[in-house]
Write a protein that binds this ligand. Structure first.
Ligand SMILES: [Zn+2]
Length: 225
């Protein structure tokens, strides 16, 4: 039986936890990471490589989708759009998740892999990201079943969990938290203001943990134009 999985990895806490889960399941792991022009790409790639090494990933495929970032439309990619508050909904990147999953499906067909894992969490946040819900994954799986010659299943193992719960799982699985990065606006220091920074900080605080990457003296003061 084929025991391989293709996993989307951004170097963030969520996808790193799914990677640890796949490793615990003793799967043969192949990773896709995508440069879609995100502002924190250098940091993401740095952590992706460290995590792949840590978890003995068989192959890392780096996809170039920088054209997506050039289109703009998101605070994650567009230098002209700044996040003004943690509630700002401009963290959605137009059609990003479907593009990333499409690359995974194409690779899965090529290497006879039947399983794809993604790091999506908080599946009920459809107001912000419509491509991150149980309904979305059901419909995407329906499309894959219709559009491919293989029996490929896409699973988001953490879709029902929030950040605090994911951090709890990450700790249990021994994820190297120092090799995960959450801030979506910066490569150097976490901005401390974006939704991802806030969500991560609240999770660590609620568990009484210190975040190895988010030391207070290193947090860059948020700058707004
Ligand atoms: Zn941030």
């Amino acid at each position: 039986m084929n025991n391989s999985v293709i996993l989307t990895l951004s170097g963030g806490l969520d996808s790193a936890t799914v990677l640890a889960l796949a490793a615990k399941q003793q799967k043969e792991i192949n990773v896709i990471t995508v440069n879609y022009g995100q502002k924190n790409w250098e940091k993401e790639l740095q952590n992706v490589k460290k995590l792949c090494e840590f978890y003995n990933v068989k192959e890392l495929k780096i996809i170039d989708n920088t054209w997506l970032g050039e289109m703009g439309g998101s605070a994650i990619t567009d230098e002209n759009i700044l996040l003004k508050s943690i509630d700002d909904d401009k963290i959605y990147v137009p059609f990003r998740n479907t593009l990333i999953l499409s690359a995974c499906v194409a690779w899965a067909e090529t290497i006879d892999c039947n399983l794809i894992y993604t790091g999506s969490i908080d599946g009920n946040s459809e107001d912000i990201c419509p491509d991150n819900t149980p309904k979305y994954y059901k419909l995407f799986n329906d499309l894959v079943r219709e559009a491919t010659k293989k029996n490929i299943k896409i699973i988001a193992p953490l879709l029902d969990f929030n950040k605090k719960e994911v951090l709890t799982i990450a700790v249990e699985l021994g994820v190297p938290l120092e090799h995960t990065w959450s801030c979506v606006t910066s490569n150097l220091y976490p901005c401390g203001k974006c939704f991802s920074c806030s969500d991560r900080k609240n999770a660590f605080d609620s568990l009484g943990m210190n975040d190895p990457n988010y030391k207070v003296d290193k947090v860059k003061k948020y700058e707004s134009k």
